[in-house]
Design a protein around this ligand. Sequence first.
Ligand SMILES: Cc1ncc(COP(=O)(O)O)c(C=O)c1O
Length: 444
Amino acid sequence: MSKIKEQGMKYNLYSWSAQKKIDPIVITKAEGVYFWDEDGNKYYDMSAQMVNLNLGHGNKELIQAIKDQAEKMAYISPGYSVDVRSEAAQKIVELSGLEGAKVFFVNAGAEANENAMKFAKAYTGKWKFFAAYRSYHGSSFGSSSLTGEPRKFIAEPAVPGVIHFDGPYAYRAPKACKFDSEEDITEFYLELLENQILYEGPEQIAGIFFETVVGTNGVLIPPKGYYEGVRALCDKYNILLILDEVMTGFYRTGTAFAFHQFNVKPDIVTFAKGSTCGYIPFGGVIVSEKIARIFDENKMFNGLTYSGHPMGCATTIAAIKAYEKYGVEENVKKQGKVLANILDTFEQKHASVGQVRHIGLFSSIELVRNKETREPLVKFNSDPDGIMPKIVRMLKSEGFSTYSHENMLMVCPPLTITETELKEAMKIMDKVLDFVDEMIKELQ
Ligand SMILES: Cc1ncc(COP(=O)(O)O)c(C=O)c1O
């Protein structure tokens, strides 16, 4: 074992893992859509690390902005106005298209959602929150409570008042559902949601959280009209619509924020990841004008030592400029089509691929044992034989780095990826899916 790994295994605690069951690869270099391990093996970074490295590794503009800001002023407390703090907030509000909105900066996605809960409580005077099953909103206490999958269990009993509901996921809808159209799907899930709002008492519900497009839990894309319907329910019952764009923000799905594609105006938007592409921990909460206004006269009870950290603000400004300079929005649209074609072919070709879902450069491959019955390759929250980690290791050994969740594989490369790089990387996926096709024959 190399010295770096030995030291790491002795002193680090690695996320979401039994420490003795992992074998972390030692990474020594990274550039563009690639990184290299200590033995010189090269990997395509096909999850952009944690779906955050939107501009890839080694981006010169981000590095320069960090150096310049560190020399000029590394830190100044949140109560002061500084050039980068003011400019970053303006740029984010403009990017969101939410006129009159304001930004409260935080350090990461979980913290953004925590603060969104407090804003919603302050505005509505209510205390319950809705969040979807099969969602991830972070691992701090409040954001774990919002999370709708097993990663929340350790935080339970969780923050009181968080209610989970089923968001649209037609592929795994209850067996009795017979959908003839996308409109049917929308209608079904909106009816479920409205019933649950009524059961829980609309006068108690402060806000409904959504990942605009569900990320790690499978890139679940809402059907046409769903968010218009949700907006109408929120207006009807005086509930805030809170969109978590921590993963989807900053062009991942092809527009600056994913909600721009769904004809909906949220009341609160949370972001992190792509605002600094992981070069500096950073994030924020965008609150719409009506919410921002209440803090004109009333004290706002949100605050952090590192809110509006100059390093994060400078990096955010540089990132927004770089997204424009490199034509990232156009590239996502262009490469998104290439990726979609490849994935759709996989769905036809591979017996183990139940469904692929994609929007921009945000995609997931759902693996099954049987296409007809849709039996998942591994049962929900149960993979005792380590089938999914084995597939991820196989991909890595061929030079394709990504991660899995339940029976799904994420494919979300840096947004700067070229067509050639994308096609080369997806050839590896194709090859590994051949193995998985063989594997499921043995599992029958
Ligand atoms: C949709 C979403 N929200 C929140 C978070 C939490 O962000 P962080 O890990 O920066 O706290 C994540 C992390 O993956 C996420 O995907």
